[in-house]
Design a protein around this ligand. Structure first.
Ligand code: NAI
Length: 344
C-alpha cells in the first residue's frame, strides 16, 4: 500500500515510519498541504494521509477519484476540512476518533493555569532578573464554576481535572452522557445557564453549523464580567473579532486559544521573520491576558504514537478486509450506520 502523506512535519515521521514498516504501508512524505494545486502529487498512490489544515473539498475529491485514489486517511479526529457530503459514495474517509483525550484536556488546563497565575509573565520576568510581583495577582480555581461545552472524550477528562481542583462544573452537550451529572458538583444545564454562571468556559465540542461561533457577541453578552474563554477545539467556535472586542471592553478576563478561525495558513509554520497580515490575531497576541498556542494540544509522544498506529491500522483494515470501524459517514460519523441505512 502506497500512501501520499501531506503537510508532513518532522515529528510525524518517526511514528509513521515505525508502524508503516510493521504493517507494510509505505508513506511518501510531502511537506505541502493537500489542496486543488497539489492534489496531483497523489497520482499513483492508493490513498492520501491528511491533517487538520489540508483541504479535501469537492474539487480535490473529484481529482483524487479520477486518479484512482481510494481512501482519505485523516490522522486526526475532526473532519470539518473534508466535504463529507461530496465524499460519500465517491471516496472512503477514515479518521482517528481518539488518540489521547488526556493530551488535549491537560493542555487546556496548562493554558488556564498559565494564564490566571501569570506564569507566561513570570517566566519572562525572572529570566531578566526582574523579581517584582507587581501585576501578578491571580485567582484560585478552587470553588470557581467552569462551563464545559461538549462532554465527549476530551470534555470528560477536562471535567475530571477540574474536579481535582475543586471546581464546580456546569456542562452542556447536545447528547448528554448518562451518569456524568451527579446533581451536585457536575450538572448538565442549558447553554443560557452555562453562559450566565460560568467563571471559565472551555470548548470541547466539534465544529458544526450549530456550533459555528458559539462564542460570539451575543453569547459573550450573557457571560459574567471577567469570564475566561478556553478554546482547544476548533477555531471557528469562537468569533475572534467578538472575542477581541470582549477583551478590549474587559468583559472577557482572559482567553486561551490553541486554535484560531484563520489558522490554516499560519499555524504549524515559522513566520517569525515576517509581517503578520492577520490584524485580529496580531492584536489578540498583543494582549497581556491572551495566550495563543498553535494547535499543539494534541502534541504528546503518546498521542503521536496512537495517531500513527490507528491511521496505519485503518489503512490496512480498509485495503485488506474492506472494513474499518473508523470510516466516516457524512451524516452519522460512522460507516456502519450507513451500511445499515439507518442515517438516511
Ligand atoms: P467527542 O466526539 O468524543 O466529543 C464531542 C462532544 O461534543 C460529544 O459529546 C458531542 O455530543 C458534543 N456535541 C456535538 N454537537 C454539539 C453541539 N451542537 N453542542 C454541544 N455539544 C455538541 O470528541 P473529542 O475527542 O472529545 O474531541 C472534541 C473536539 O476537540 C474535536 O471535535 C476537535 O475539534 C477537538 N480536538 C482538538 C485537538 C487539538 O490539538 N487542539 C486535538 C483533538 C481534538
Amino acid at each position: 500500500m502506497k500512501i501520499a502523506f501531506f503537510d508532513t512535519k518532522p515529528y510525524d515521521k518517526p511514528s509513521f515510519d515505525k508502524f508503516g514498516a510493521e504493517f507494510g504501508v509505505k508513506f511518501k512524505y510531502f511537506e505541502t498541504k493537500l489542496n486543488e494545486d497539489t492534489v496531483d502529487l497523489a497520482n499513483g498512490y492508493d490513498g492520501v494521509c491528511v491533517f487538520v489544515n489540508d483541504t479535501v473539498n469537492a474539487a480535490v475529491i473529484d481529482r483524487l477519484c479520477e486518479m484512482g485514489v481510494k481512501v482519505v486517511a485523516l490522522r486526526c479526529a475532526g473532519f470539518n476540512n473534508v466535504d463529507m457530503k461530496h465524499a460519500f459514495g465517491r471516496i472512503h474517509v477514515l479518521r482517528v476518533p481518539a488518540y489521547s483525550p488526556y493530551a488535549v484536556a491537560e493542555h487546556a488546563m496548562a493554558m488556564l493555569l498559565t494564564s490566571i497565575r501569570r506564569i507566561h509573565k513570570a517566566y519572562i520576568r525572572t529570566r531578566d532578573f526582574n523579581f517584582s510581583l507587581a501585576g501578578m495577582t491571580g485567582f484560585d480555581l478552587h470553588g470557581k464554576t467552569v462551563g464545559v461545552i461538549g462532554t465527549g472524550r476530551i470534555g470528560q477528562v477536562f471535567i475530571q481535572i477540574c474536579r481535582g481542583f475543586g471546581m464546580r462544573v456546569l456542562a452542556y452537550d447536545k447528547y448528554q452522557t448518562p451518569g456524568l451529572d451527579n446533581g451536585d458538583t457536575v450538572k448538565y444545564v442549558s447553554l443560557e445557564e452555562l453562559f450566565a454562571a460560568s467563571d471559565i468556559i472551555s470548548l470541547h465540542c466539534p465544529l458544526t453549523e450549530e456550533t459555528y461561533h458559539i462564542i460570539d457577541e451575543n453569547s459573550l453578552s450573557k457571560c459574567k464580567h471577567g469570564v475566561v474563554i478556553l478554546n482547544t477545539s476548533r477555531g471557528a467556535l469562537v468569533d475572534a473579532e467578538a472575542l477581541l472586542t470582549g477583551i478590549k471592553t474587559r468583559k472577557v478576563g482572559a482567553a486561551c486559544l490553541d486554535v484560531y478561525e484563520e489558522e490554516s495558513e499560519l499555524f504549524f509554520e515559522d513566520f517569525s521573520g515576517h509581517i503578520l497580515e492577520d490584524d485580529t490575531l496580531a492584536r489578540l497576541i498583543s494582549m497581556p491576558n491572551v495566550i495563543v498556542t498553535s494547535h499543539q494540544a494534541f502534541l504528546t509522544e503518546e498521542a503521536l504514537s496512537n495517531i500513527a498506529e490507528t491511521t496505519v491500522k485503518n489503512i490496512v483494515g480498509f485495503f485488506e478486509t474492506n472494513q474499518c470501524p473508523n470510516e466516516l459517514c457524512y451524516r452519522c460519523g460512522n460507516a456502519e450506520d450507513c451500511k445499515s441505512g439507518k442515517c438516511f
